[in-house]
Design a protein around this ligand. Structure first.
Ligand code: PLP
Length: 418
């Protein structure tokens, strides 16, 4: 098969593709699997019961099911949901968000494909621009989202040590260079893989830098406020005409619905609507209709605050306790768990690479993600890249506990080999 450059890029060697295939394959073996690898949200009984109730109401309501399955939405997305969400953001966050500031997509993964390629890549004047990631490690899903090569510029973090086993990454503003070839800045808040929440001060500084250089600031709010609000620290959400806030229904409990949300100025919303029309005619209606009444009434805020956030916060605390117990005696660090549902484990001076550790863990049925995949755009060699792993704590407690036990055994074995 002779493929175009596009075809070669999206079917060829890719870390994430290989990893996902690997994870999928591991899931089909007979061996018992401790799945700490994926980004799937937990199945929270109260959330699932609420979604089931909504589905039943859709089926019972006059003509609602028929409209849901029988119509294409406008390319901007389901109108009632767009209006309800704009209203919710005005009430909850005090932002001047109108329906013209909201566009929907088929999941925020494709949102990033759209946005990155709108603001970076080849320009008509012959120039080439990049997306700047001011704080790596950063989300693995960005790595292959560019249509051209050399798509990201990335910044190494500063380290703040909080106690003997806890640290936090900070944006190193002294090293942050916004050159003419930067088309947009992007940061996930909370961050996948680290659970970091970029502070209010950091986000304000990034906002000011973006405005100063007349480029947008893209904030990936997949886990953030006002929903699903998987944030365990103080963080004020930010939006203005120069910010593109990306949200999702996935971590609320609807990953199967594939619904992404963009809050941006009208020009960006029009561009996203055009992309939706050309690439998929319209975004799917299922997610917006499922979430419509919760967003309209504001119940989604209560559900996030009272059910979703405590669910993950409790799991984070539990997992950290088990890690401290099991890794006792080792030179380990855990990134401060401020949000999302991952822990980022750093084994200083680990004598094997995180890839080798990943392979050994896989051999024992424990799936994590090796850390070096989380540095899109960071070309320089840096030992820290190979000393970390990401583990999810979204699964059942027993699975997480046993997975951690196996991680501890393998890490101890690796240190013992020196
Ligand atoms: N952004 C971050 C930081 C994520 O962790 C994920 C999924 O794991 C996404 C975006 C994509 O989510 P979705 O396409 O399900 O909206």
């Amino acid at each position: 098969m002779r493929l175009s450059k596009f075809g070669q890029k999206f079917t060829g060697e890719s870390g994430i593709l290989q990893l996902m295939a690997d994870l999928g394959q591991a899931m089909t073996t007979d061996q018992e699997i401790f799945m700490l690898g994926g980004g799937n949200p937990g199945h929270i009984p109260q959330v699932q019961a609420r979604l089931r109730q909504r589905m039943e109401a859709i089926l019972a309501n006059d003509n609602e099911f028929e409209r849901l399955v029988g119509n294409y939405d406008a390319p901007q997305g389901e109108k009632d949901f767009v209006e309800a969400l704009a209203g919710l953001l005005r009430r909850e966050c005090g932002w001047d968000v109108q329906p013209e500031n909201v566009a929907l997509t088929n999941g925020s993964q494709i949102t990033f494909f759209y946005l990155f390629n709108l603001f970076a890549g080849a320009f008509a004047d012959g120039s080439h621009k990049k997306i700047l990631l001011p704080l790596t490690p950063e989300y693995i899903g960005y790595v292959d989202a560019g249509l051209t090569d050399d798509f990201f510029a990335a910044n190494k973090p500063e380290f703040e040590y909080l106690d003997e086993h806890t640290f936090k990454y900070r944006v190193n503003f002294d090293a942050l260079e916004i050159t003419d070839d930067i088309g947009a800045i992007c940061v996930s808040r909370p961050t996948n893989p680290t659970g970091n929440v970029v502070t209010d001060n950091e986000i304000k500084k990034l906002d000011a830098l973006a405005r100063k250089h007349h480029i947008p600031l893209i904030i990936d709010n997949a886990y953030g406020t006002p929903f699903p609000n998987i944030i365990f620290t103080e963080a004020t959400p930010l939006w203005n005409e120069n910010t593109i806030l990306c949200m999702s229904l996935s971590k609320l409990g609807l990953p199967g619905a594939r619904t992404g949300i963009i809050i941006a100025n009208e020009e960006v919303v029009e561009a996203i609507s055009a992309l939706n029309a050309i690439i998929s005619l319209a975004p799917g209606s299922f997610g917006p209709v499922m979430a419509l009444d919760m967003v309209r009434s504001g119940e989604v805020i209560k559900l996030s605050q009272e059910v979703i956030k405590p669910y993950y916060q409790g799991k984070a605390e539990q997992a950290i306790d088990v890690l401290w117990e099991e890794l006792h005696g080792l030179d380990f660090y855990i990134h401060k768990a401020e949000g999302a549902f991952f822990l980022w484990l750093w084994f200083k001076g680990l004598p094997i690479t995180s890839q080798a550790l990943y392979e050994r863990l896989k051999g024992r049925g424990t799936l994590v993600i090796p850390g070096h995949h989380f540095y899109p755009g960071l070309k320089e060699e840096w030992p820290h890249k190979y000393e970390c792993i990401r583990m999810s704590y979204a699964q059942d407690e027993a699975v997480v506990r046993q997975g951690i036990r196996i991680i501890a055994e393998e890490v101890k074995k690796a240190y013992g080999e020196v």
